[in-house]
Design a protein around this ligand. Structure first.
Ligand code: NAD
Length: 460
């Protein structure tokens, strides 16, 4: 049964009361919830596959690769380390504070609100829920209404598997989210576009609630002189085509030298042929655009340059062929906002320096990619370009590394999660100092003196 907006205050009161009992603090409870998420996903793989096929035409292999496998390994990673992460973390105490012990004591925040996005509907609901529960919080989950079948499925499955005293699902769109955001939470983790990110942050400021904003942006992909073009082509076009380009860390556009451009385009053409054959719009391995609005939006970008590959659309299935655009001006429509669709503009730049200057002139992206064989180029790129995440010689694959924090910087978001970073993000890292009573050096107490000043400098 869906929770209606007029019930939100009562729902929050119940969750707060349950949190106050200490229920969610028990490590055994937390572990049981993580196991329950694992079971929920494994026992309902078929239903999840159907929901994702209905929402996005997601091929089964992409359901496994882009949604489930990351969650399974994320749960296993967290369960294995949870005890260690939750333990007090001893730190050293300087002489002035002696005798004492000092430590960081992770503690749960309270009730966390999770606002999911539609493009990876399972990953973006359960991905944040894993650290939220591991850290001992209660959670309210609002899946994106845009992926309607997945939202309904989450609302049906979560109460069946997870402890209703601590986890609730709210379904709905703008009105429901607006009402939800009027409530006081202890942390909000939002995934989606920047425009709504600002709404979330504004609402959170009313309660001084901290926010994690997982946004997007135009993630650039640079081809260095002498890079392995075949490997680059295969990896870039894979990253562009999975979920039909509707991935926040999809390579958005490519920067390459004029000398290498045509070879890169040819290599991408060959890779597309291998991956999807001639009938790409009809391929069972290729997802659709989420809805008519996004289909029209992305179709409108096809005219932003010369179509080198692709360009066809299937209106009935809301599909857009993987499309490579060349002769794209830096201020063309396709270069204004995140594309979030299977169009790859390829722009030419003289060299790596010009490519890096091009990136630095724009908003900081969620991910930045470089293909190179040159160690010096790699070093300069890593040290110069600011982005949420980075990958050298591939795209997206850092998602598989749970020890790497994930999240944006600047306009691509704030706050990171995944692995221990997620646990820490959704915990309060309470600083504790326990002082011994003896000895009690008089140095910090009045009456002050020159000698005490000297000693203070020494002990500092
Ligand atoms: P969306 O439309 O699903 O919206 C996200 C959430 O915001 C939903 O829960 C929705 O109900 C809520 N929402 C929408 N309008 C609202 C309003 N006016 N007031 C309050 N809440 C509202 O998703 P979207 O914004 O289309 O998502 C696409 C964007 O998300 C892209 O920019 C993509 O890069 C980004 N993204 C980021 C990540 C990440 O992990 N950083 C992952 C996936 C997507």
């Amino acid at each position: 049964m869906s929770i209606e907006p007029d019930q939100y205050p009562a729902m929050l009161n119940e969750l707060r009361a349950n949190f106050a009992t200490g229920l969610t603090r028990e490590l055994a409870w937390r572990d049981a919830q993580l196991q329950a998420i694992d079971r929920l996903l494994r026992e309902n793989e078929e239903a999840i596959g159907k929901a994702l096929a209905s929402d996005l035409g997601k091929p089964p292999q992409e359901v496994l690769l882009g949604e489930l496998a990351l969650l399974y390994s994320g749960i296993a990673h967290t369960r294995k380390r949870l005890k260690r992460w939750a333990r007090p973390r001893r730190v050293s105490t300087p002489a002035i504070g002696q005798p004492a012990r000092s430590w960081v004591q992770p503690e749960p925040l309270g009730v966390v609100l999770i606002l999911g996005a539609w493009n990876y509907p399972m990953q973006l609901v359960f991905g944040p829920l894993i650290p939220a529960l591991a850290a001992g919080n209660c959670a309210v989950v609002k899946p994106s209404e845009v992926a309607a079948a997945s939202s309904t499925l989450c609302a049906e499955l979560i109460p069946k598997y997870l402890d209703d005293r601590a986890v609730r699902v709210v379904e709905g769109a703008v009105d429901e989210t607006t009402e939800l955001l009027r409530q006081r939470f202890d942390h909000i983790i939002y995934t989606g576009g920047a425009a709504v990110g600002k709404i979330v942050m504004r609402a959170a400021s009313e309660h001084l609630t901290p926010v994690t904003l997982e946004l997007g942006g135009k993630s650039p992909c640079v081809i260095d002189e002498g890079a392995d073009l075949q490997s680059a082509a295969r990896r870039i076009i894979w990253g562009k085509c999975i979920n039909s380009g509707q991935s926040c860390i999809a390579p958005d556009y490519v920067l390459v030298s004029p000398q290498q451009r045509d070879d890169l385009v040819a290599a991408i053409g060959a890779e597309l042929e291998t991956m999807y054959g001639a009938d790409r719009l009809g391929s069972a391995d290729y997802a659709s655009m989420i809805n008519q609005r996004h289909f029209e939006r992305v179709r409108g970008l096809l005219g932003s340059g010369t179509v080198a590959i692709g360009g066809k659309v299937d209106e009935t299935r809301q599909r857009i062929e993987p499309t490579v655009l060349i002769d794209v001006a830096a201020d063309a429509p396709v270069m204004q906002d995140e594309i979030f669709g299977p169009i790859l503009p390829i722009l030419t730049v003289a060299d790596l320096d010009e490519a890096m200057a091009f990136i630095l002139e724009r908003d900081k992206p969620l991910a930045a990619y470089l293909f190179t064989k040159n160690k010096d180029s790699e070093k300069r790129f890593v040290e110069t370009v600011s982005s949420g995440n980075m990958c050298i010689n591939d795209v997206i694959m850092f998602m598989a590394v749970h020890e790497l924090p994930f999240g944006g910087v600047g306009m691509s978001g704030m706050g990171q999660y995944h692995g221990k970073t997620g646990f820490d993000r959704l915990s309060h890292l309470k600083a504790v100092m326990k002082r011994g009573r003896f000895p009690e050096p008089p140095v910090r107490f009045a009456p002050y003196s020159k000698l005490k000043m000297k000693l203070l400098r020494l002990l500092g």
